[in-house]
Design a protein. Structure first.
Length: 358
């Protein structure tokens, strides 16, 4: 702020600043703005160069651009050309003078000139280090002076400072002590439970941990019981074995579902028929039991009755010559009798057209 005020009053001719000085400063008499590098946004560039040529005055702006920021300068030049064309197309000459943008010129600095100034800046490096060291010493002097003045005031006004009442903020001394004791008690309880692994646990995780501990305790009791009975400790169900059996069951279930999805209707019919025959065979054995044969070993008397004549042929089979399918598909019959009362069932066909839906 001191440097800004000195520049505003005209005591110094140059102000070295960052982007903080790009907006909000209205200093009269700024003749030139030099950008050490092109900013990453065009808006920031416009605000930077806007510190000069204010309120109808003239001014210059110089920007050092490297190869990486050249595309931004192209945008700036394009925008300036568009503004100039719009100003020239207007009929009012006075408005043209007010809106005419500045002239943009680009120059390429030769490598020899750049090398000359690089060497000049490098030669000034010792002087810059001396200035920085002098500023550090001056800062330390200011701090020492402030500490000296503070100690002098404490010695001079010691009685007055001690006579002042002690400051109390939002909490009194008693409340602060109780809060400290509660915090210490909480930390002690947490430290006691650190080894158990149950501190700061949710209810779900704590219950899972307790169930796991109970399972381990039960396994240990089973081992001790087998050793006391003189038996060799056999296979005991552990957590890993339970997880393994669960994974095996899931794999088997997934395999069955995959096989079931790959089966055709014919395979399903054959499987259903074989299950029916097996069930009938089991029921037949149960009915016969010990009286399946007579004293001579003949079982024909107790055998199932067999029909000697053929069943009635299906009409579809007579017409087509092929066996009728067990899946009967029929079209909608408008003359079919409806239910009693003339209403359709709740599973009957309903039109999905909006104008028919009521």
């Amino acid at each position: 702020l001191e440097a800004l005020e000195a520049f505003r009053e005209g005591e110094v001719d140059v102000l070295l600043a960052t982007d903080l000085a790009a907006r909000g400063l209205d200093i009269t008499g700024v003749e030139a703005v030099v950008n050490f590098e092109m900013p990453s946004q065009v808006e920031t560039y416009v605000h930077r160069i806007g510190r000069t040529a204010r309120a109808g005055r003239g001014g210059k702006s110089c920007t050092l651009i490297g190869e990486g920021r050249r595309y931004l300068m192209k945008e700036v030049i394009k925008d300036a050309e568009d503004k100039r064309r719009k100003a020239e197309s207007k009929k009012n000459r006075a408005a043209d003078k007010r809106n005419t943008s500045g002239i943009i010129r680009s120059r390429t600095i030769p490598p020899a000139v750049v090398s000359h100034f690089v060497a000049k800046i490098a030669s000034l490096e010792p002087h810059v280090e001396e200035v920085l060291a002098a500023e550090a010493v001056a800062r330390m002097d200011r701090i020492a002076e402030m500490e000296f003045m503070r100690a002098q005031n404490i010695i001079a006004h010691n009685n007055e400072i001690k006579a002042r009442p002690q400051r109390e903020w939002f909490a009194s001394t008693k409340q602060k002590m109780s809060a400290k004791e509660a915090a210490a008690e909480k930390q002690r309880m947490i430290a006691e439970k650190v080894g158990t692994g149950k501190h700061r646990m949710t209810r779900k995780k704590r219950r899972a941990r307790e169930a796991k501990e109970e399972a381990l305790q039960m396994q240990q009791e089973m081992r001790e019981e087998q050793i006391e009975m003189g038996r060799k400790p056999g296979q005991i169900i552990t957590e890993d074995s339970m997880k393994g059996s669960a994974r095996a069951a899931k794999r088997q279930e997934a395999r069955k579902e995959k096989e079931q999805s790959n089966k055709s209707l014919y395979d399903e019919d054959q499987e259903r028929e074989s299950k029916r025959k097996q069930r009938e065979a089991r029921e037949g054995k149960k009915r016969k039991g010990a009286f399946a044969t007579d004293a001579m070993g003949d079982g024909s008397l107790f055998a199932e009755e067999k029909v000697a004549f053929g069943g009635k042929k299906n009409q579809d089979e007579d017409k087509s010559g092929t066996a009728a399918s067990r899946y009967q598909f029929s079209e909608f019959d408008p003359n079919m009798k409806k239910r009693k009362g003339g209403k359709k069932g709740h599973t009957a066909f309903k039109s999905k057209k909006k104008y028919k839906r009521r």
